[in-house]
Design a protein around this ligand. Structure first.
Ligand code: PMV
Length: 320
């Protein structure tokens, strides 16, 4: 009746932006991500109490704001007549700040809920359930490199290689620690309805996925860097051209891009990606990680720098 799961956030290199079916939370495009190792969310779900309502404790404090989404996630896994749950969540990085905290939180909650109820679900089934809560959460069920494909009326998760297959490093520059103003579901809908670039974003995604898939298979860093930066800037162009416009960047975000351009000019093997928040994720080869860390730490406006290797899939750590 009680289980604990750990999931790591994942960072998309080819981004998911836009929904095909809002009720089922199906993405309009496929995506490719890397799962991180040093950042994690640990979630315990306890179904043994006889309390009348779900209770959520996040990092030691009761949290009412995130409770409805987590309760809905438990309903999906366990059915609406499930017992009420005690949910404890601990996260070692800023929440809702564009660091994929929802991916790790919903992957861990889905897995812990299934574990607490003794359900044995396939990776595909877990990905589908977690993805219904947060599209990107589906990808945390594989370590290393994961691809989430849009199969028409469903999603399919595949592994493009585990965390040992190509040990890239990620340096995250935190430029703001507070939560973002617009949640991604609302922001994606604004883009779908109003951005003049939205249709071409969706129609070009398949060719970006092919290039990234080939780059990962051949461990071609230059090709992966080029397509990941292009795909990221294309997603942000869709956001910027939406009405109202959505600009998640701040001045330090741009300063980080300048730092990374300078490093690239000096021969450093690094590229950037940015999600729906102002943080910059620099992906690099292990030999270059130290220079990237030092350069981003010295960049004006950077509050903190986190380093991570590629990490493993979401997993149960304890069941009772
Ligand atoms: O899974 P959501 O609803 O948090 O959306 C994730 C959106 C991006 O992080 C911007 C892109 C992605 O593929 O992770």
């Amino acid at each position: 009746m009680q289980a604990t799961a750990i999931a790591q956030p994942n960072i998309a290199l080819i981004k998911y932006w836009g929904k095909r079916d809002i009720d089922r939370n199906l993405p309009a495009v496929g995506s490719i991500s890397i799962t991180l190792s040093e950042l994690h969310t640990e979630v315990s779900v306890d179904l043994s109490g006889d309390q009348p309502v779900d209770v959520l404790i996040v990092n030691g404090e009761e949290n009412q704001q995130m409770l409805p989404r987590l309760s809905a996630c438990l309903d999906r896994v366990l059915g609406p007549t499930r017992p009420r749950a005690n949910i404890q969540s601990n996260c070692n990085f800023p929440i809702a700040a564009g660091l994929a905290s929802s991916a790790s939180a919903f992957a861990a909650t889905t897995l812990a809920a299934a574990g607490a109820a003794n359900l044995s679900l396939s990776t595909q089934e877990l990905a589908r359930l977690a993805g219904a809560s947060s599209g990107s959460a589906a990808r945390s069920f594989y370590g290393g490199f994961a691809e989430l494909r849009n199969t028409g009326d469903d999603i399919a998760l595949t592994s493009l290689g585990d965390e040992e297959s190509w040990p890239l490093q990620v340096v995250v520059a935190i430029t703001e620690s507070g939560p973002k103003a617009t949640g991604s579901t609302e922001a994606m809908e604004i883009s779908r309805k109003s951005s003049p670039f939205y249709d071409s974003w969706v129609s070009q995604q398949e060719q970006d996925l092919v290039l990234a898939r080939d780059a990962i298979a051949g461990q071609d860093f230059t090709q992966l860097a080029s397509i990941a930066e292009h795909n990221c800037l294309k997603m942000h162009s869709v956001m910027w051209a939406s009405r109202p416009p959505m600009v998640f960047w701040n001045a330090a975000t741009v300063q980080c891009l300048e730092t990374l351009r300078r490093l690239q000019g000096e021969g450093c093997r690094v590229f950037f990606t940015i999600d729906a928040g102002p943080q910059v994720k620099a992906v690099c080869l292990p030999d270059d990680a130290d220079s990237v860390r030092q350069a981003l730490t010295a960049t004006p406006g950077v509050l903190n720098v986190m380093m991570s290797r590629l990490g493993s899939a979401a997993r149960l750590v304890q069941e009772r």
